[in-house]
Design a protein around this ligand. Sequence first.
Ligand SMILES: [Ca+2]
Ligand SMILES: [Ca+2]
Length: 393
Amino acid sequence: MKRIFTALAAALLGLTVSCGGQPTNDVIHGPEATGPAVQIPAESAPPGVDQVVWEELTARLTQELSRTGSAAPAIAVPQGAAGSVTDLRLETDGDDTASLDWSYVNLGDYNLDGLVSAADLTPVGIYFECNTESPNWLEASRADGNGDGYIGLADVTVIGQNYQHRVDGYRIETSDNPGNPLGWLPHAAVPFTTAVLNAEGSRLVFSSGEITLWEGMSYRVAPYADIEPQLEYGPGSNLVTWTGNAPEAPLGLQASDGEFVGRIALSWASVPDASYYLVYRDQPDNEIGLTLSPVYEEYVTGDYGAHEYWVRAGNAIGESGLSDGDTGFSGLAAPTGVTATAGLYADRVELSWEPVDGAEGYEVFRDGGAAPAGLIGDASNWDDTEADLLMRG
Ligand SMILES: [Ca+2]
Ligand SMILES: [Ca+2]
């Protein structure tokens, strides 16, 4: 009967009550000055909260606080699960910068102003008796401090247990040895005032903005409270590790086309972040070697055929895709042991030379002429019936 009256009265007044689902003016602002903890004003309910419910809530909080004694709890940073960020994540943009993003955690701070205080009764009052079936549950859930899917007096108890916990911001910490609790170093500070409310209105989210990261380093965030004369730090969050980027596929692969005898030289453009390169020949899965710099030489003595090559770049994170292929082949050695008869025959000069490995034919030049004086197949002698001769293989 009392609840029916409450709902009617609220409807007449045009106010949100219990689980009405109306947006509230419960906006974020800085932590307010703290007075004695035991003075909870119950006389007039804040807008949107039923007076009877309000009196119930304030009585409950007063009762909770009186359990800890008459003195008001001191301002403190939340510890343990009451202050541990659990959703820290790293958003990378492909280079060495990234942002760290996480949600605010300060158990009992339902109005999201950084401090657990009597002001956090207001969201409990506004969303009183909401549950997970309520259409505005996402918004209401910020007041579900005990996490039971219902907004009720038990969530006031949570305020009492965490009373005067304050978060003034987060410190981003970094370590190259996260297993060592003393190995964490400060990296950057993110003040509480930079937080923004998420789209559902259920939590505050923080972002580091773009920061420079170091490969292999781990990061975490810890809440702090500026408690004179020093900063007090809360628990470290889940940690994230910057592993860097896998390199891009190499560009500009060139395999030599006969410039070198007995070998094929490969070169390509150096790839950022690459710590090694793999070389493939004839088939894209036929790996033939690894090199730390963007050059590679394959010795192909006795092999004058054309070969296709590919390369890929790699580092500790991973390997790139294959480069475009390029074809290369070994050059032939110059002929040696060239002899020419001198006046032995009246009608000709007889030439001979050592056969060149891999040669399928020879061009013979006479008197330094630009054009061959003769073209012959796989032979190692030739008769010039016209003049003195030069030759090359
Ligand atoms: Ca608060
Ligand atoms: Ca609850």
